[in-house]
Design a binder for this molecule. Structure first.
Ligand SMILES: [Zn+2]
Ligand SMILES: [Zn+2]
Length: 141
């Protein structure tokens, strides 16, 4: 996407296309993987946007539905552009991230709703898997 297209995209969501928001959006679009808020902060630079503004902007993007927050059991959040349903495998040793598809959530949601006494619908799900990547498995031997 060009800078002009990011502007149109943000305006489509009723957001002012500030340079910081455009940089943030472009960074997420280019990286194709979840990035920790720490890495995003480093990449965007504190001169354009401070850490708090970056966090608030990501949360706004999340509320509007085009950014996802991913929980890798760290004390900081990861964010990625929302796309088609996919999930991640996270290396607990080095933090490597790989995507996977086909989580079988349809079946899971049916089962959950059948057992549930209080819920009418399930609207979203988050499934991340944790393990050790091949390269870490080799060096840990
Ligand atoms: Zn690893
Ligand atoms: Zn899924």
């Amino acid at each position: 996407m060009s800078k002009e297209n990011y502007k149109i995209f943000l305006k489509g969501y009723g957001l002012k296309a500030t340079p910081g928001r455009i940089r943030l959006l472009k960074y997420l679009a280019d990286s194709k993987k979840p990035n920790s808020i720490k890495d995003i902060g480093k990449a965007i630079g504190t001169r354009t946007m401070d850490q708090v503004t970056i966090y608030r902007t990501l949360e706004t993007f999340k509320t509007l539905g085009f950014v996802r927050r991913v929980d890798f059991h760290k004390d900081y959040a990861y964010y990625e552009l929302a796309g088609k349903d996919h999930h991640h495998i996270f290396c607990e040793n080095c933090g490597r991230i790989e995507d996977f598809e086909g989580c079988g959530s349809d079946k899971l949601i049916k089962t959950a709703l059948r057992q549930s006494k209080q819920f009418a619908s399930i609207n979203d799900h988050s499934i991340e898997l944790f393990g050790v990547c091949r390269s870490c498995a080799r060096s840990l031997k």
